[in-house]
Design a protein around this ligand. Structure first.
Ligand code: PSV
Ligand code: MN
Length: 430
């Protein structure tokens, strides 16, 4: 038997904290009541919030300069799922797992599915990987994959995506996410229009093979690994391609994939309005695709993004049903702590966005009262909803204080004993 954070360990840790939480919650409920906001309704919303965890996120991340492993690091997909379970048990909003193939290719999909379901987990989106070469691979992706000039390379990349979807079907997943590193480093290297045309024609084949009721997410990125021009570079190109592909193709927004200083909430709003916002990869950044923990650098931006999402949900925008995933790289923290904290931060932004007095905001906009419009948003953003989040976790069986609970459990120390060191050096994640 391997060590797990059980319900009873959590309850034991929660027990001495329940009284203080109840008092804080009552006080907040009273304050919100004065603003005609029902705290109980917000607890329910927080309990219903869901964000998927990436299977690759529970291992040590890395940069192109190196990767620092840690003791007790998961060595295979089963151990990764154990760590995903720990995150889920602490915060209760992360039962979905987003799987990367071939990083986490299962030897037996039925066995992996049973293992996950036995832990209250399920598989969310599949992710293909045609941005790296794998041992024994026939054709190299050095000069691209789905948009490569050579039809044989494109065939191999298309087949890989088809295989990902086949595995995903066996695992019970419901969507497939395609991100390619295709692009160029030098002016003249790529014929821009032909490269996009080739990408689209490869994607049409993938789209045609999409299992019933699945959604196809296409993820754009401004730069990296290509540093001069990327084939699927921005949200406009993503929107165009999603529309060309058909109703089951959607744009996915990774928060780290934009030009510096871009107004991401505006991008989000445009994709909602044009009916193509399919999902998110949440993370945070200071400079580029830094893959830092969600909400760690720009919490107000995160709130403003959720403000757009909640506004769309409350106004029942047709077909609006975005999928949420974390896509982070953990280099200096325990990934379980980072993922748990990120799950909490996303739920916080989601709940805070429900505090926005939308009638007052609409009135400010109508009267061109810019100052009060901002204050209306700030009133929601500056409300500390921590007691609502903690109450929702408590009621769902999670931890009142997830990080303290995790540390008290000694989980990583126990895993270090269970998982004798497998030193993995080398460059990390993109
Ligand atoms: C690429 O930067 C990306 O955001 C894609 O989603 C990849 O699948 C993931 O990162 C790999 O970490
Ligand atoms: Mn991503």
């Amino acid at each position: 038997m391997t060590f797990a954070i059980t319900d009873s360990i959590i309850q034991e840790h929660n027990q001495p904290r329940v009284k203080a939480l109840s008092e804080d919650y009552e006080h907040l409920a009273l304050q919100l009541g004065r603003r005609n906001i029902d705290a109980e309704a917000l607890v329910t919303r927080a309990m219903d919030f869901r964000v998927a965890v990436p299977s690759w996120g529970v291992g040590a991340g890395g940069t192109r300069f190196g990767r620092f492993g840690f003791t007790g690091e998961p060595r295979n997909i089963f151990e990764k799922l154990e760590d995903c379970e720990a995150v889920f048990r602490l915060v209760r909003v992360t039962p979905g797992i987003s799987l990367h193939i071939p990083w986490d290719r299962p030897e037996s999909s039925p066995a992996l599915r049973a293992f996950a379901e036995g832990r209250g987990l399920h598989f969310d989106s599949m992710n293909s990987n045609t941005f790296q070469d794998q041992p024994g691979q026939k054709h190299s992706y050095q000069f691209g994959s789905l948009s490569h000039v050579d039809a044989d390379v494109r065939r191999q990349a298309i087949d890989h995506n088809l295989e990902c979807m086949e595995i995903g079907q066996q695992l019970g997943a419901r969507s497939h996410t395609v991100w390619i590193g295709d692009g160029g480093n030098f002016p003249g290297q790529l014929h821009f229009r032909s490269a996009l045309e080739r990408y689209l024609s490869s994607m049409r084949e993938i789209y045609a093979a999409l299992p019933e009721r699945w959604r196809l997410f296409i993820e754009h990125k401004l730069y990296e690994p290509a540093f001069y021009a990327t084939v699927l570079n921005d949200w406009g190109t993503s929107y165009y391609c999603a529309r060309e592909l058909g109703p089951r193709a959607w744009s996915l927004v990774d928060l780290g994939h934009h030009a510096p200083n871009i107004n991401i909430e505006l991008v989000v709003s445009r994709l909602i309005q044009f009916g193509k916002l399919g999902g998110f990869h949440f993370n945070d950044s200071q400079y580029g695709d830094d893959d830092l923990d969600a909400g760690s650098i720009k919490p107000f931006q995160l709130f403003l993004i959720f403000n757009e999402l909640v506004d769309a949900a409350l106004s029942h925008v047709e077909g609006f049903d975005p999928s949420f995933m974390l896509d982070q790289s953990h280099n200096v923290t325990d990934p379980i702590e980072s993922l748990a904290a990120s799950g909490v931060e996303l739920t916080r932004a989601y709940v805070q966005a429900h505090l926005v007095d939308r009638a007052a905001l609409a009135d400010c906009q109508q009267r061109n009262d810019a100052l009060l419009a901002l204050q209306t948003l700030k009133q929601a953003f500056t409300t500390d909803v921590s007691p609502i989040l903690a109450m929702s976790r408590l009621r769902a069986g999670g931890a009142i204080d997830p990080i303290a609970m995790y540390r008290a459990s000694g989980y990583r120390r126990r895993k270090a004993a269970e998982r004798p060191a497998a030193i993995r050096l080398g460059a990390g994640i993109v």
